[in-house]
Design a protein around this ligand. Structure first.
Ligand code: BMA
Length: 360
């Protein structure tokens, strides 16, 4: 039995964590960012239950990625997803036995620019005592309001995965991602190791203790790293992390080497084993997938060739926005036949199959 870092974790979060722990030895869940919100060539202004992935292979992803960037601005996130619909989708995902994970391309609280607006030492300004601390707190308050408000009437229908009706929907929260790079204002160049760790710890404690959120599972997700010590350089502590993640686009891209990704996955699985936590490939893909057999010849070997690396719990593909920027298949795309072949591998687990798995 492995336990969440929050001693007061909700039953719903603890159950989800156990289910992930139970499947990760033999299966990997497939996920995608914004899978329900839109697809390549499809932007509907309404709520609907569809995805490019299911249009291709008849099955929905198990893990659904969302992003809180622009929360509180104009009702839509940074990629145009309506926050009202996002709530409905999150509830429905949960009701069907799927998993929601949230990243946050948070706008720069110092300059008002976007998450990529770098150059200033923003983190020190939002920590306690900093000039923008109050602004940061108000963002966390808004986020907490959104999350706490998630149980909707559709939740009153008992879910196939057996969650009880009034429980808070568990979310895998993945803040300050890719911090080993310097493209976001919280990146490596723009704050000290101590500041980054303080920011993470402050955030978790505030959400837990001040806002009373106990349905969150925290994922730490650096970008590519050299070795264990590099991976752990800004690790904020066992009491504030539940999932050891990795965001890696490079190794499965044009000049990437599958072996390099396998090595990194082995490292995070090993560390997760040591720490009593889970590991996941929290973002990956190859933009526009220019190789017809990328799924079976690149992704599948990276996930399954090595028995240790194969123990990651899920893999999340980035979003399907447009023909020149998508990471999943869509009907008519050159890699779609290969995705169908990949989808038949029983180690890759889609929503319908995950929802049927009972906690033993
Ligand atoms: C990036 C791109 C951007 C997007 C951002 C946040 O990788 O997909 O278009 O705005 O992620 O989702």
């Amino acid at each position: 039995m492995i336990y969440l870092s929050d001693p007061e974790a909700s039953n719903s979060a603890q159950t989800l964590y156990q289910r992930l722990a139970m499947i990760c030895d033999s299966r990997t869940l497939i996920g995608q960012q914004d899978a329900l919100a839109y697809g390549v060539g499809k932007r509907t202004a309404t709520y609907a239950w569809r995805s490019d992935m299911s249009d291709v292979c008849g099955k929905f992803p198990t893990v659904f990625g969302w992003d809180f960037g622009h929360l509180g601005l104009d009702g839509r996130n940074l990629d145009g997803v309506d926050f009202g619909y996002m709530k409905l989708w999150m509830s429905e995902v949960h009701r069907r036995g799927g998993i929601n994970t949230v990243s946050w391309h948070m706008r720069n609280p110092l300059t008002g620019g976007d998450a990529w607006d770098t150059g200033l030492r923003v983190v020190q300004e939002i920590l306690p005592g900093g000039s923008k601390h109050a602004r940061y707190l108000s963002r966390l308050d808004r986020m907490a309001g959104f999350i706490d408000n998630l149980a909707t009437p559709s939740d009153l229908v008992p879910s196939r995965a057996g969650f009880s009706v009034h429980e808070k929907i568990p979310l895998i929260f993945r803040p300050f991602h890719e911090h080993t790079g310097s493209w976001f204002w919280w990146g490596q160049k723009w704050c000290s190791k101590e500041e980054f760790i303080q920011l993470w710890r402050f955030t978790v404690h505030y959400l837990r203790n001040e806002k009373g959120l106990h349905q969150l599972i925290y994922a730490y997700s650096p970008d590519r790293f050299k070795d264990k010590s590099h991976y752990l350089e800004r690790y904020p502590g066992h009491d504030v992390v539940d999932v050891l993640g990795l965001d890696d686009y490079h190794d499965l891209g044009k000049n990437g080497k599958t072996a390099a990704l396998v090595q990194r996955l082995r490292t995070i699985v090993e560390l997760a084993g040591e720490y009593g936590k889970l590991a996941a490939l929290t973002e990956t893909g190859y933009e526009s997938i220019p190789e017809a057999n990328w799924w079976t010849e690149r992704l599948s070997p990276a996930l399954f060739q090595d028995p240790l690396a194969a123990k990651i719990a899920w893999v999340l593909l980035w979003r399907n926005d447009r023909k020149t920027h998508h990471y999943g298949p869509y009907p008519g795309h050159l890699s779609s036949p290969d995705f169908i072949a990949f989808s038949k591998d029983e180690r890759i687990t889609f929503l319908e199959d995950f929802a049927q798995i009972e906690l033993s």
